[in-house]
Design a protein around this ligand. Sequence first.
Ligand code: COA
Length: 173
Amino acid sequence: MGIGFEEIEDSLVGPELDRELRELLVLCFPATTQFLEHRHFLEPPAHRWLLRDQSQLIGHVCLHRKFIGSAQGELKIGGIAEVCIHPDHRGRGLVRLMLNELHQWDKNSDFQMLFGDERVYRSSGYRTVHNPLRYFDTTHQIWDYKPLAGTMIRPANKTNWPDGPIDLRGPVF
Ligand SMILES: CC(C)(COP(=O)(O)OP(=O)(O)OC[C@H]1O[C@@H](n2cnc3c(N)ncnc32)[C@H](O)[C@@H]1OP(=O)(O)O)[C@@H](O)C(=O)NCCC(=O)NCCS
């Protein structure tokens, strides 16, 4: 098995990789029409990790650099998004492997944060939090304020996760 990771800045993605990424994202997120147009959901991420089996792209995760507001002051967040594994390669622990690679790299964040299913991410060190979030709802073009189901965080250093409101200062990712 020739599985390997690559890390790449999103700004350095060329046309061939862009095509490969959109193909995988459309396959894994068929309801997300944004990927028919471009390789990001709402905002372009800073970095991407690619998982390849031989030359085939079989997995992907990306990271947004975020500074979010809290009662404890500003927190540095690695915003995790577009976690996906090609259907032929699921159920083998590849999400855990891929996130572990990202965690080793993203040492400067206070926390990694994502929106997803607890059953998928718990074994990678994430836990659900229930803070009310202020965020920009791009569908209705309004700022909203409420807890969002599936908000999960992983401590990347010894900072305590704050109670109370969190200001995402932009859309969810
Ligand atoms: C979700 C997805 C990334 C999981 O990939 P995978 O390679 O099967 O995941 P892994 O084998 O690494 O499993 C990691 C954990 O997730 C759990 N898991 C995987 N798929 C699951 C599912 N559909 N429902 C519940 N738990 C699931 C596994 O049981 C495992 O838990 P454990 O570590 O506690 O044993 C993959 O199914 C996928 O790409 N789906 C489409 C895109 C998507 O929904 N991405 C998530 C967006 S939040």
